[in-house]
Design a protein around this ligand. Sequence first.
Ligand code: COA
Length: 257
Amino acid sequence: MDLKYITYQQNGQIVTITINRPKKLNALNAATITELHEAFKTANMDLEVRVIIVTGSGEKAFVAGADIKEFVRFNQIEGTQLASRGHELLFDYVENLETPVIAAVNGFALGGGLELAMAAHIRIASDNARFGLPEVSLGVIPGYGGTQRLPQLVGKGRALEMILTGGMITADKALNYGLVNDVFAQDELLDKADSLALKIIANAPSAISAAITAVNAGFDVNQNGFEVEKQAFGSCFGTADFKEGTNAFLNKRKAEF
Ligand code: COA
């Protein structure tokens, strides 16, 4: 992979993808989105990789949004294409990956930054993190899933207050809203993300993927989550992971996945 705007670091079974445009507060330009797609794809296809962590470089920003300079002159058609392409390459793509993704939000998560964090399966944050969807202040609305995933995570009223005011909330408030699962000091954030990843890695990877599929199905209007769960549950019974997990339990040993 030829990477200019992000870094890709593998440490055993964990890959950390870092968005690396700190002078632009890690804003998502088209090239960064393409690189992120390649990085997530590569990590997901590598069977050795069991958890992906996504974070931002520097101490100020996770991602301060889509790159405003890039879309300032777009017309209606280009605007629609921008959102569609983003979903396809990054936001829907991340949400539906078989490999779990943890967003370690290390600062501003605004617009597309918050939308990327919300597409991840789990979010943790540093205590200086700030969250918001300021798009209406620019005359647009969130276009990378923000109007859908924020209400799913925090409820409609809180989501609409954030979207309509365009204001930012603190890490503590995000924790209180259930937007993030935990808040840590900034210098602890990546270690905590690794610890969380290791807890996930102790479990069966095929079951982890099936669980992501079933949970996501419940938020998809075209699917019946309970039916998807039944099928995914059944499919687990044919896996080597199931044999290993159940045999290990019955033989009073730790399963090795
Ligand atoms: N797109 C493009 N560039 C961005 C950006 C974005 N979303 N967010 C920040 N930047 C750039 C700034 O233009 C500036 O670049 P410059 O030094 O070449 O002028 C640099 O990042 C630093 O940002 P700056 O605004 O100077 O930092 P600050 O500490 O004063 O303010 C923010 C931080 C996050 C409050 C502010 O940058 C901001 O409001 N960004 C836009 C957030 C937004 O609306 N996101 C949604 C986009 S749809």
